[in-house]
Ligand binder design. Structure first.
Ligand SMILES: CC(C)(COP(=O)(O)OP(=O)(O)OC[C@H]1O[C@@H](n2cnc3c(N)ncnc32)[C@H](O)[C@@H]1OP(=O)(O)O)[C@@H](O)C(=O)NCCC(=O)NCCS
Length: 163
């Protein structure tokens, strides 16, 4: 969702943010490394998102879930990454399974971004969300250089609001 506060940004700053997003290959910190999602991950992500305990509260996901809808979603994010306006990232647990997905939307012209994500049910309520949100804020402010982060949750998603 677009930020309510729209900071006026110079074309130079917007260009710098766009290039910083285009250069991202992975994010280190927090809960290990997050890497760019590719179409070959669609099957694993479908399995993760089919679990409503994971996806139920998240309004930005490509419903209804299928290999096709998820592959389209991934390819759309690959185009956003090339344009410097979005990133879709995954992190793997040491057991080999994808344990989290993070979806960034950037508005370079407003020096702003939003991100949201999901954590596999077996890894929820273990502070991964709290640690991950801090790492993603550090990444957005320090590596990308935005001045504003917008976050959206449903009113009853207390865990998300707290983390
Ligand atoms: C929301 C989500 C990212 C939070 O991550 P998490 O690792 O499970 O949460 P944490 O363990 O870091 O806990 C976050 C906070 O919520 C609190 N909390 C946990 N369960 C709670 C509950 N049922 N009611 C109220 N607070 C709760 C924790 O105590 C913690 O607060 P604290 O730091 O003040 O102690 C994760 O649960 C998830 O992926 N949920 C499903 C998808 C989703 O809702 N995504 C967010 C969309 S905006």
């Amino acid at each position: 969702m677009e930020p309510k506060t729209k900071l006026q940004t110079s074309p130079e700053e917007a260009g710098r943010i766009r290039r910083a997003v285009q250069n991202v290959r992975k994010i280190d910190g927090g809960n290990g490394s997050s890497r760019l999602v590719e179409p070959r991950h669609a099957g694993e992500i479908l399995e993760l998102l089919k679990d409503e305990r994971v996806s139920g509260d998240v309004y930005t996901l490509p419903r209804p879930f299928s290999i096709t809808s998820i592959t389209d979603w991934i390819e759309d994010h690959q185009a956003q990454a090339r344009a410097g306006t979005g990133l879709l990232l995954y992190a793997r647990h040491e057991d080999g399974k994808i344990m989290s997905i993070t979806d960034f939307q950037f508005w370079p012209k407003w020096s702003a971004c939003e991100f949201g994500g999901v954590i596999a049910h077996t890894h929820q309520n273990q502070s991964l969300g709290t640690v991950g949100v801090k790492a993603m804020c550090d990444f957005a402010f320090e590596t990308i250089g935005v001045q504003l982060i917008a976050l959206t949750t449903s009113l009853d998603n207390v865990r998300s609001q707290k983390s």
